[in-house]
Design a protein around this ligand. Structure first.
Ligand code: S3P
Ligand code: PEP
Length: 442
């Protein structure tokens, strides 16, 4: 049996110093996919060496794309062109990655060969009808397990046609799946969104030379053009930066600087919300690199107050709610989250996992179907106890940071999934000033 990795997180003092964060997961997935079907050679720098993005790189190799790793965080991708992928008899293993599976479904829907996408236990519970429905409307033949769950089989040799699609939920993964299928479709593919979501797919397509028309919440492209490989510079992942940022926000005496963090406006909802709560965060040296805004973030501890999180920020901070719940628990007054039902279908049910974990630490949390009310306890300390991360990287990292404000040790179970997005988390957390130890159990 494989060892299970738990963490023991202790109370900690202020966090200090200047740090880099890992490469952006969303951009890394897209970089190896698009470079793989581009013409010519692409150089990807800042690639996230996490399990999710490595799984995507491995799948592109399995489909016939040659890839070199001259150094960690770099990939040289020898593109095979739009129609150069080769089918694989073996299943394509996306691991824990919803992004990998849903985007690859779009990319593979219009190929001449069959593909089967599989995932781990967590991914195998996540809904795939949100991509199989629009892909079928485009003419693809997609099979799922009962209930619209993975594995996902895409039958080859069916020609696709463009559609105009309005996803029923705010989802960059659904938008991206439809757009990637649209590359292989006859005619025009249009995606209209109720709320704009991260726009990396459309921007990277344009950067690789594919004609794309975009406005916030609206993307239009036609099939049959070509992609030209080039340089991709991956920014630091704001969602990973959220954890040291949270540690500095909630721990008295902290003063931290995070370098070269990607500040795509569709990702930084947490910054707006924490500032409204009273957090002291300054953006320095904002600069454009390869079409993305990067900046250094300087964070000092300041007392927080509870707020009603504006619904329009929800999709711009969709992966940051576990961190926000911890900040809310450290605020004076109640924080209300609504309009965030998507959290229930991430790597775990993140509303339930955070509510249970915070209650273990002595915090009052009321769940609603699409959010929660978190009763903050101001500058007081949490209790200790045992918390199940449900194998969800963001739940594990949020409680590792929360423990810095506890009075006793917090045991966090099942933390190995942190390798999907932040493989060096334990070592880095020690450098920030957290007290975090690993315990392998059988
Ligand atoms: O497109 C992407 O890279 C992502 C989109 C979001 O998912 P949804 O599209 O399901 O909201 C996010 O939660 C995920 O971590 C990454
Ligand atoms: C939801 C996430 O990722 P994915 O959907 O790719 O599994 C995440 O990283 O928080």
């Amino acid at each position: 049996m494989q060892a299970r990795r738990d963490w023991i997180a202790g109370p900690a003092g202020p966090v200090h110093g200047t740090f880099d964060v890992p490469g952006d997961k969303s951009v890394s997935h897209r970089a190896v996919m698009l470079a793989g079907i581009a013409e010519g050679v692409s150089h990807v720098r800042g690639f996230l060496e996490g399990e999710d993005t490595r799984a995507t790189a491995r799948i592109m190799q399995q489909l016939g794309v040659r890839m070199e790793t001259p150094a960690p965080g770099q990939r040289i991708v020898h593109g095979v062109g739009l129609h150069g992928l080769r089918g694989s008899d073996a299943p394509l293993d996306c691991g824990n990655a919803g992004t990998g599976m849903r985007l690859l479904a779009g990319l593979l829907a219009g190929q001449a060969f069959d593909s089967t996408l599989v995932g781990d236990a967590s991914l195998s519970r996540r809904p795939m009808r949100r991509v199989s429905d629009p892909l079928q409307q485009m003419g693809a033949v997609v099979e799922t397990r009962e209930g619209g769950l993975p594995p996902l089989t895409l039958r080859g040799g069916h020609s696709l046609h463009g559609i105009e699609y309005a996803p029923p939920m705010a989802s960059a993964q659904v938008k991206s799946a439809v757009l990637l299928a649209g590359l292989y479709a006859q005619g025009e593919t249009v995606v209209r969104e109720v709320r704009p979501t991260r726009d990396y797919t459309e921007r990277m397509l344009a950067a690789f030379g594919w004609p794309v028309q975009m406005e916030p919440g609206y993307v239009r492209l036609r099939g049959g053009a070509t992609l030209q490989g080039g340089e991709v510079v991956v920014p630091g992942d704001f969602s990973s930066a959220a954890f040291p940022l949270l540690a500095a926000v909630i721990t008295p005496g902290s003063h931290l600087r995070l370098r070269a963090v990607g500040l795509n406006p569709r990702r930084t909802g947490l910054l707006e919300v924490l500032r409204r709560m009273g957090a002291d965060i300054t953006v320095h040296e904002a600069r454009e690199e390869a079409g993305e805004t990067l900046a250094d973030l300087e964070i000092r501890h300041a007392p927080l107050r509870g707020i009603d999180v504006p619904v329009e920020h929800v999709s711009d901070m969709i992966d940051e709610f576990p961190a926000l719940f911890v900040a809310a628990a450290c605020a004076e007054g109640v924080t209300r989250v609504r309009g965030a039902a998507e959290l229930r279908v991430k790597e775990s049910d993140r509303i339930d996992a955070m509510a249970r974990g915070l209650r273990t630490l002595g915090v009052t949390v009321e769940e609603t179907p699409d959010g929660a009310d978190i009763v903050g306890q101001g500058e007081g300390r949490f209790g200790g106890g045992e918390i199940d991360s449900h194998g969800d990287h963001r739940i594990a990292m949020s409680f590792a940071v929360a423990a810095s404000r506890s009075a006793e040790a917090v045991h966090i179970l099942d933390c190995a999934a942190v390798d999907t997005s932040f493989p060096d988390f334990v070592a880095q957390a020690g450098q920030w000033g957290l007290d975090l130890r690993v315990r392998e159990t059988r």
